[in-house]
Design a protein around this ligand. Structure first.
Ligand SMILES: Cc1ncc(COP(=O)(O)O)c(C=O)c1O
Length: 457
């Protein structure tokens, strides 16, 4: 179950302390002694609470073989729907060659040190220039990881006088960045522009009183529901409330817009996005990320963002590999076309078969299975899909979605085939029938656990 719950991380990151039970206390002669580690005994927190249910299967599964539409899971071939390899670049021969050449020439160490101190190179600068041009911003700065970069950028952009307004379904990196903020923050209902405006009214009053500004943060494409963020509509509120907009477009970069430049291009509103962020972990199938925006803001971030100033810069093979990925992303529109062919085929097939796939208007494809489904059914369903239909996908359940419901999340990519989609549609129809007729046994499936870490199971 851990695997299922991993997807819930962004919500749990805020509420997890509530779930941890009160630690054991030991009374010594005069005072109560509490071992810090006692609270971890027999409990792994909300995500890990079911870790002993077949580790290596639901949690920490190992997908083996080249990253592709089909990979091996526990020795059997599966159609894989859970990797954000949108454009299929992970195993593209030119990408593999660039990665290998970069590693052969530079090793993993170069350049040593933080970017500002001793970790700079012409290739880092070149990648930043090309990224800025691609997303039509004056400047861009590389990040050594997307998550840390986003947290740290938010931390840097605001002081206690400023106010943050953000979407309720924001990714953990946004929530954690907001948690560092010493001033006020207001959350608006997911993708609800009216509620966003309500929060802006409160934020403006406060910011004006404090002599601060307002930072609005949202996502270009929400990774669970597949909803596009209402970026253009939020930009429409700028004149009235005078805020700056920071957009995390992790799932939109490479997938949305005519050229793949992301949500700003898709909604024709790139100018209104003050800071544009993407990770390299999705369409680029790599590591790292970037923020693009005005020169003076990025100059400030370059000298102040703690996750960059106090951490090593991106190793050269990653920079070289990312330059190649960006080149392919720009020069091979057929990759995005193939992705969207698959998105349309999968999503229209699911809709035709009566599945509820929510409001997605992006490649992220949720499949909601309504009913009163419990943990046994959920694990049986995943087991059945993997063992009997050769389908590997992610499952999301309560509390991310209402109790009793299940959500399967599919990520189509450019390397999936029509046959993969047809097999999956037929399998989903079968398992829905089994769920509806309560055909799954009320017990955990008979799976053997296997080692998931260096500590054996
Ligand atoms: C919306 C969003 N933002 C940021 C990140 C973090 O990116 P990274 O994996 O580069 O740390 C992710 C996940 O990869 C994400 O889905």
């Amino acid at each position: 179950m851990l695997y299922i719950l991993l997807l819930i991380g962004n919500i749990f990151s805020l509420i997890s302390p509530i779930f941890l039970k009160i630690p054991l206390q030991t009374k010594t002669s005069e005072r109560i002694y509490m071992d810090l580690f006692a609270k971890f005994e027999n409990q792994l927190g909300p995500i890990g609470d079911n870790a002993d249910q077949v580790p290596g299967y639901f949690s920490f599964p190992k997908l083996e073989g080249d990253i592709a539409n089909r990979m091996k899971f526990q020795g059997k071939e599966c159609i894989v729907w859970s990797l954000n390899n949108y454009l299929g670049l992970a195993n593209h021969p030119e990408v593999r060659k660039a990665d290998a050449d970069g590693a052969a020439e530079y090793g993993l160490a170069y350049p040593m040190g933080a970017r500002m101190m001793s970790g700079n190179s012409n290739k880092h600068i070149q990648l930043e220039r090309e990224l800025a041009d691609f997303v039509s911003k004056p400047d861009a700065m590389l990040l050594n990881y997307g998550y840390q970069g986003m947290v740290s950028a938010i931390d840097n952009l605001v002081t206690r006088h400023d106010v943050i307004v953000y979407d309720a379904e924001s990714h953990a990196c946004i929530l954690d960045g907001v948690r560092l903020h010493a001033g006020k923050r207001f959350v608006f209902k997911h993708n609800d522009v009216e509620d966003c405006e309500k929060q802006l009214v409160r934020a403006k009053k406060l910011a004006d009183a404090n002599g601060g500004g307002i930072l609005v943060i949202t996502e270009g494409v929400f990774g669970m529901s597949g909803n596009q963020g209402k970026v253009k509509e939020i930009i429409g509120l700028k004149d009235k409330y005078e805020f700056r907009l920071f957009v995390d477009d992790a799932h939109g970069f490479g997938t949305m817009g005519k050229t793949g430049a992301g949500i700003g291009e898709e909604q024709d509103c790139m100018e209104g996005i003050d800071l544009y962020f993407s990770t390299f972990a999705k369409s680029m199938a790599s590591i790292g990320g970037f923020i693009a925006g005005e020169v003076k803001i990025l100059k400030f971030l370059r000298y102040n963002m703690r996750s960059q100033v106090f951490a090593k810069s991106l190793p050269m093979p990653l920079v070289i590999g990312n330059l190649k990925r960006l080149e392919l992303l720009r020069s091979k529109p057929e990759l995005k076309e193939r992705l969207w062919h698959n998105v349309r085929r999968l999503q229209s097939g699911l809709r035709e078969q009566g599945f509820d796939i929510g409001q997605t208007n992006t490649p992220v494809t949720p499949v909601f299975l309504h009913g009163n489904h419990d943990l046994f059914e959920t694990t049986q369903l995943i087991y059945d899909l993997r063992e009997n239909y050769g389908i590997f996908c992610s499952v999301v359940m309560y509390p991310v979605i209402p109790k009793g419901q299940l959500m399967l999340r599919l990520i189509p990519t450019a390397v999936h085939t029509d046959e993969d989609i047809d097999i999956t549609l037929a399998a989903f129809t079968d398992v829905r029938e089994k769920l509806n007729t309560k055909a799954y046994p009320k017990e955990f499936p008979p799976i053997k656990g296997e080692a998931v870490t260096s500590a054996t199971v």
